[in-house]
Write a protein that binds this ligand. Structure first.
Ligand SMILES: Nc1nc2c(c(=O)[nH]1)N[C@H]1C(S)=C(S)[C@@H](COP(=O)(O)O)O[C@H]1N2
Ligand SMILES: [Mo]
Length: 406
């Protein structure tokens, strides 16, 4: 498949061959302005240091997701972390002069901090689950516009930084403060410098949690550029859109923050459930807060083949927004019966939890493994697509994989 974007400016044939590192055998038949797939891909994979099994959903802005089998690590490495951008990633980052300003009508006095000042605050490290509100969107019918995420827009890396609470206490906030909004250095797709690609936030109660941090490191290193270098708000368990990247300003608000993608239909679902396809007025849409219970089977890869009478090790992760996962079950008979899996405690609050089990299959043939998590309130993942909503958020249906026993 090619589209118009595959035909943008390119260099000479010689330059292309050099970049590929190999001759193009039928070069004389190659359309004049075609960019070889390998080069398009290299653009993303090498530029952002991503695993070859990441799947690109969009190149302007860059959006890419993981596949379940590459999310098997306890701590998601940068190379396997989904990339979700609403605008254009800032290219020139002047780390020596980077500052974070705290402003807004509910701050006592506006204050600006340099990175080294921020690094003097007590340092905390947490493993935090970040899932895009639109993860699973591709299954909604009628379909929802936007990146067609399947299951891979989730990560759980180790983030290091200062508590947002410590910063808010340092600057001082007024009694009427209810919400924190973020501003980042990425630019709107239109190129208009006065427009924000996204400027969302969190209520004060979430901002005050121990685990809500302003991170300057990820997995023990500088945050990778695509994930918010040099400074990122991380509010685990909530739609990852609340975790602003490249942040240079926070605003303390006396009302719900009204930045880009806070209002309208963005990151909102109908307050009451609706029939699929319904147009829902903005004032009947509610902001997504804690994400619903969900899980992934990260080993084996779907389609795995196993010998008869062999025991199969199966494992994955489960998470439940601000809540803990209480129980994990699997089924090999399309949900007719379920068996308990082993489930580990999270590394810390808001980290995903490892689950594992061993499966013996009764005879040769095709099977599906279905995995289902239950949160600490007893709420389970649905087996089929949950509540349809106009923008295709919050699909937490059970993950399934195929297994052949022969
Ligand atoms: N400044 C800024 N922050 C942002 C975004 C963005 O486009 N710009 N995208 C948000 C969304 S919608 C998601 S899902 C996460 C994605 O984080 P990641 O790319 O590090 O995985 O970042 C959030 N923070
Ligand atoms: Mo997102």
């Amino acid at each position: 498949m090619t589209n118009r974007r595959d035909f943008i400016k390119k260099g000479s044939l010689a330059a292309i061959s050099a970049a590929l590192g190999i001759d193009i055998v039928f070069a004389e038949s190659m359309p004049k302005d075609l960019i070889p797939i390998l080069l398009q891909e290299n653009g993303f994979y090498t530029k952002f240091n991503k695993d070859k099994d990441m799947v690109i959903l969009n190149d302007r802005p860059w959006n890419a997701e993981a596949q379940a089998h590459i999310l098997d690590d306890d701590i998601t490495p940068a190379s396997k972390m989904f990339v979700r951008n609403n605008g254009i990633i800032p290219e020139k980052i002047d780390i020596d002069n980077w500052t974070l300003t705290i402003a807004g009508e509910s701050v006592e006095t506006s204050k600006t901090y340099t990175l080294s000042e921020l690094k003097k605050f007590p340092k905390h490290t947490y493993q935090l689950t970040l899932e895009c509100g639109g993860n699973g969107r591709s299954e909604f019918n009628p379909p929802a516009k936007g990146n067609q995420w399947s299951i891979g827009a989730v990560s759980c890396a180790k983030w290091t930084g200062l508590r947002l609470r410590d910063l808010l206490n340092d600057v001082g906030i007024k009694k009427d403060a209810v919400y924190i909004g973020y501003y980042g250095a990425d630019t709107h797709l239109s190129g208009n410098p006065d427009k924000q690609a996204i400027s969302r936030g969190i209520p004060l109660s979430k901002a005050m949690m121990d685990e809500t941090i302003i991170a300057y490191a990820m997995n023990g290193e500088n945050i990778p550029l695509a994930h918010g270098f040099p400074l990122r708000l991380v509010a685990g368990g909530w739609p990852a859109s609340a975790s602003g990247k490249w942040i240079n300003k926070l605003v303390v608000r006396n009302k719900v923050h009204n930045g880009a993608k806070m209002g309208g239909q963005s990151y909102r679902v109908p307050c009451e459930s609706v029939e699929p396809g319904t147009k829902v007025p903005d004032d009947q849409m509610c902001i997504i807060e804690s994400m619903p219970v969900k899980s992934l089977i990260t080993y084996p890869k779907s389609g795995a083949i196993i010998g008869e009478n062999k025991t199969l090790d199966v494992r994955g992760h489960a998470w439940a927004g601000d809540l803990k996962v209480q129980q994990m079950d699997f089924s090999i008979d399309f949900g007719a019966t379920w068996q308990r899996c082993e489930l580990n405690a999270p590394q810390n609050k808001l980290a995903w939890q490892r689950w594992s089990t061993q499966i013996n299959f009764p005879k040769k043939g095709y099977y599906e493994i279905w995995a289902r998590a239950t949160d600490e309130n007893g709420v389970m993942q649905p087996m089929i697509l949950p509540g349809w909503n106009p923008k295709g958020y919050l699909n937490n249906a059970c993950h399934r994989i195929a297994i052949k026993v022969n």
